[in-house]
Design a binder for this molecule. Structure first.
Ligand code: NI
Length: 153
């Protein structure tokens, strides 16, 4: 870890502190780290479509919309190799929330997400990409323990 000094507008700092308080961050630094992480994505998933990833895809849709539920099911069966699990919640009389956990080559995961979220009648589509594992950062070969308590050594 490194300590950095940065210059920031009062308003923006107040917004960051309000965000940190709202979400229960223990410190301004921890809040800022998560804000930056979510802006950057992870290096593997942001930059490299050839890397493998885990992802969650969430979206809301109207199950009464003509043919939509069938089309969504078709899209997902077409990519069954990427699907790990999914969760369906009936939000109200018409509206469903689905969360799909996906795993595979990043480019294919993104393509599947696009083909779901661009369907007419699908709203609030959001894809959250994660690296497939910590291997890219830590590797498995080295013998020492990590200080974060869940090392591989
Ligand atoms: Ni439903």
């Amino acid at each position: 870890m490194q300590r950095v000094t940065l210059t920031i507008d009062d308003d923006l700092l107040a917004a960051i502190d309000a965000h940190g308080e709202r979400h229960g961050y223990a410190s301004r630094s921890e809040a800022l780290r998560d804000i930056v992480r979510s802006a950057l994505g992870t290096p593997e998933t942001a930059a490299d479509d050839g890397a493998r990833c885990h992802a969650t895809l969430s979206y809301v849709y109207d199950h009464e919309k003509r043919e939509l539920a069938r089309r969504l099911t078709e899209v997902q069966h077409g990519h069954h190799d990427l699907a790990v699990a999914s969760l369906h919640v009936h939000l109200d009389h018409d509206t469903c929330l689905e969360v799909a956990v996906l795993r595979g080559p990043t480019a294919q995961v993104k393509a599947l997400a696009d083909s779901v979220t661009t369907q007419r009648g699908v709203r609030y589509g959001h894809l959250h990409l994660l690296p497939e594992s910590g291997e890219h950062e830590h590797g498995h070969a080295h013998g020492h323990s990590h200080d974060d308590g869940h090392g591989h050594g």
